[in-house]
Design a protein around this ligand. Structure first.
Ligand SMILES: NC(=O)c1ccc[n+]([C@@H]2O[C@H](COP(=O)([O-])OP(=O)(O)OC[C@H]3O[C@@H](n4cnc5c(N)ncnc54)[C@H](OP(=O)(O)O)[C@@H]3O)[C@@H](O)[C@H]2O)c1
Length: 238
């Protein structure tokens, strides 16, 4: 039986995607927080997963990625949902924080996606870019730059997978109300993790790789964003 692998076991968005696809599947939750993953484990079992197991996964340990993914066995759905917002203000003066954000949100994503695309023969991989990567903002340029890099990587990977039985669904959500944005006031066009999951799962139901703005009308805002003069853009909030 082929497995569904969720990298980022306690991710709000990843959990919602997994819940929609887990029926009759063996699910592997890869994460750092064994206890924190108990809630999603129960929900997955209730949603019809055949089995759910937890494996330890530290994204910054790049050398561990291939062994972890190989150990899962045949994977036909991979949800790459780990990530951090990081502390932008700290990252502006502390290179360790800047490098931590870059490692989790870019390097580790590239590493994991490369292994998955190498070992998976068919099915779908979900990756999570962001509107933050479309045009970097002064207010969160460290995180934004990782998403810009990841998005570019995903566009290339999608082209590489064209014509194969494996496809990449790249999500470009705006502000998602959840753990990552806790305490922040929701931006215009905010969505929930459930809405993100609905959109990417729908995209996976069609043929080939897809890139999806969530909500869809965010694409229009993104087009306009490109033309905002820098002296104004500089003052855009997070
Ligand atoms: N939330 C938003 O507004 C938003 C918008 C656009 C795009 N996205 C992207 O969507 C993806 C999922 O976001 P989300 O909202 O579901 O985030 P979330 O609920 O905060 O979950 C993030 C997950 O990443 C894991 N993680 C963080 N650092 C890790 C590390 N070093 N090693 C292993 N796991 C690590 C966390 O595990 P622990 O529990 O162990 O910390 C958690 O499971 C991310 O790539 C995010 O950048 C989010």
């Amino acid at each position: 039986m082929s497995a569904l692998l969720l990298l980022g076991a306690t991710s709000d968005i990843g959990g919602e995607v997994a819940l929609r696809l887990c029926r009759g599947r063996d699910v592997v939750l890869a994460g750092r927080d064994r206890r924190g993953a108990r809630g999603i484990e129960t929900q997955l079992a209730e949603a019809g997963a055949l089995s759910v197991r937890f494996v330890n996964f530290e994204a910054t340990d790049l050398d561990s990625h291939r062994a972890l993914i190989s150990e899962v066995g045949e994977i036909t759905t991979a949800i790459v949902a780990f990530g951090i917002l990081g502390d932008q203000q700290l990252a502006e003066r502390d290179e360790k924080e800047a490098a931590r954000i870059a490692t989790v949100d870019y390097l580790a994503q590239v590493s994991v996606l490369t292994v998955l695309a190498d070992v998976m023969k068919r099915g779908e991989i979900f990756a999570f870019s962001s509107i933050a990567g479309w045009r970097a903002r002064r207010a969160n340029y460290v995180y934004g730059s990782t998403k810009a890099g990841l998005d570019a990587f995903c566009q290339g990977l999608a082209d590489r997978l064209h014509g194969t039985d494996l496809r990449l669904i790249t999500a470009r959500p705006g502000f998602v109300i959840g753990s990552m944005t806790e305490g922040m006031s929701p931006a215009p066009m905010s969505v929930t993790p459930a809405e993100v999951a609905d959109a990417v799962v729908a995209a996976a139901g069609t043929k080939g790789s897809r890139t999806v703005w969530i909500p869809r009308r965010l694409a229009l805002l993104a087009a306009i964003m490109r033309f905002v003069p820098r002296p104004i853009w500089r003052h855009m909030p997070r």
